[in-house]
Design a protein around this ligand. Structure first.
Ligand SMILES: [Zn+2]
Length: 241
């Protein structure tokens, strides 16, 4: 029975480690996703900034064009003879000046947007860098933990093998079968007449037999192999668990 308890203890620990080992890569994946979201946001902001800068350059180019048109119109003015033509040219120049003024307003607006976005960008960049550093630190920690878990697992497998060697082959088969179909728990202590795996009571006569400890018994409800939790002979092993 002591070997069985030891074996179950090993298997329970192995299961816990395997679960943890599976969680590691998922955790890393989750962290990476968070970082990706942040980096995408930053990229979008940078693209937006570039777009504003392109807009500004375009508007500045437009201003230059309007200016040269105004200049040309002014040159034409001196050659105009008729009053009507002169008035029309003046009107054209006024129109161009309004156009230029609107473009200048637009450039100022764009520059304000650029300023806001650049400031935001500095913050987002710093945040992104920080997040990246944190991610790398967390990832390395998880990877180290996984490595340690791998070592623990190896040790447990060795211990498990040692226990297995001392257990009768048929009993070991029964144990493995139970473990497979009973959620990884093949044996269970009985405390005050209650099976600790299924939490149901053992009939009094059966419980008395269990306390006597003459034979290996199983729980009439969940069929797991049971042992009396207060058995002094098993106490050392149980405390180890
Ligand atoms: Zn039970």
């Amino acid at each position: 029975m002591t070997a069985l308890i030891g074996l179950q203890d090993c298997d329970t620990s192995i299961m816990a480690i395997q679960t943890k080992k599976e969680e590691g890569p998922a955790k890393i994946h989750g962290l990476k996703e968070g970082l990706n979201v942040m980096e995408k946001r930053l990229e979008a902001e940078i693209n937006q900034l570039e777009e504003y800068k392109r807009d500004r350059r375009k508007s500045e180019q437009d201003i230059e064009d309007v200016e040269s048109r105004i200049e040309k119109s002014n040159e034409k003015l001196s050659n105009i003879k008729s009053n009507k033509e002169y008035q029309a040219a003046l009107k054209e120049i006024d129109g161009l000046k309004v156009e230029k003024s609107l473009l200048e307003d637009k450039v100022i607006e764009i520059m304000e947007e650029i300023e806001i976005l650049e400031e935001k960008n500095v913050g987002a960049k710093a945040e992104s860098e920080k997040l990246k550093e944190e991610f790398e630190k967390d990832r390395d920690e998880i990877l180290k933990e996984l490595k340690d878990l791998g070592q623990d697992l190896e040790n447990l497998e060795k211990e498990r093998a040692r226990f297995s060697q001392t257990i009768d082959k048929d009993l070991l088969k029964r144990y493995d079968h139970l473990r497979k179909y009973k959620g990884g728990v093949a044996i269970s202590p009985v405390v005050k007449g209650i099976c600790q795996a299924c939490h149901l009571g053992i009939p009094p006569q059966k419980f008395n037999d269990l306390i006597r400890g003459d034979e290996l018994m199983d729980c009439p409800n969940c069929m797991r192999i049971i042992y009396w939790s207060e058995d002094e002979g098993l106490q050392n092993v149980i405390q180890k668990c």
